[in-house]
Design a protein around this ligand. Structure first.
Ligand code: THU
Length: 234
């Protein structure tokens, strides 16, 4: 890997300021994170939040963060404090390899995998696990919700799956499935709808409900009359 290639995976059509970092877990595994902007400012996913959440969703604990230089990385201070991360500026990342983001699954296995994934969610505040699988040409990319000491820095399952797909360099996002353990009806929150709209604007989305039933929808129905303008992209 090299920083240029990793940074180029960023999705920054609005400000054209790509950012990337790599989190090293206690297991020794490496997790790449890139900046993923959203047309709605606060829904932008910072590189460090993405990388730490991939590490946590894997059952690993963030131990250090590798940076290209000392340049400002949003949310860095929070995550460094949260996990007592070592910060290391590393220019050469040639020998660093990442695990596979996608797994191969038959579509008939999606529901069971979503149920298994619910155990990987970190829900210290809500006790409300959510799992997601994003279908891509390389296979399915998983996501679970991750909560940390500060509620506002958590990430939903759907957004984690989208951020992981992009950070691992998979460019085509095909459909999304999600599962909840509790609640009457599984359905993405407003923030996820906005992010889903940006990356999966007209795709199938399957809601597996806690009672074992499924409803199939289209992402285009989740955010009617949404805000967009091609004049905003650089
Ligand atoms: N959550 C998701 O993961 N996805 C959604 O679309 C709805 C909400 C998570 C966030 C938080 O960890 C918990 O569910 C309760 O809001």
């Amino acid at each position: 890997m090299n920083w240029k290639i990793l940074e180029q995976r960023s999705y920054t059509p609005y400000s054209n300021t790509p950012k990337a970092c790599i989190v090293v877990g206690k297991s020794g595994n490496y997790y790449p994170g890139v900046r993923i902007e959203n047309i709605s400012f606060p829904l932008t996913i910072p590189a460090i939040q993405a990388a730490c959440c991939f590490c946590l969703a894997d059952g690993d604990t963030p131990e250090s963060v590798l940076l290209k230089d000392e340049n400002y990385l949003e949310q860095l201070d929070f995550w460094v404090k949260e996990f007592d991360l070592k910060k290391e500026v590393v220019t050469n990342i040639e020998n660093i390899q990442f695990g596979d983001a996608a797994i191969s699954l038959e579509s008939s296995q999606v529901k069971n995998r979503l149920i298994e994934l619910l155990n990987e969610a970190i829900t210290i505040h809500s006790d409300f696990p959510v799992s997601a699988l994003l279908m891509t040409p390389s296979g399915y990319v998983s996501g679970v919700n991750i909560e940390v000491s500060d509620w506002t820095f958590g990430l939903c399952a759907e957004r984690l799956a989208i951020a992981k797909t992009i950070s691992y360099g998979i460019e085509s996002l095909e459909s999304m499935s999600l599962h909840t353990l509790k609640g009457e009806f599984s359905s993405p929150c407003g923030a996820c709808r906005q992010v889903i709209h940006e990356h999966l604007p007209d795709n199938e989305i399957n809601f597996f409900h806690a009672d074992g039933t499924l409803s199939v929808h289209y992402t285009s129905d989740l955010l009617p009359l949404s805000f967009s303008s091609t004049s905003l992209t650089k």
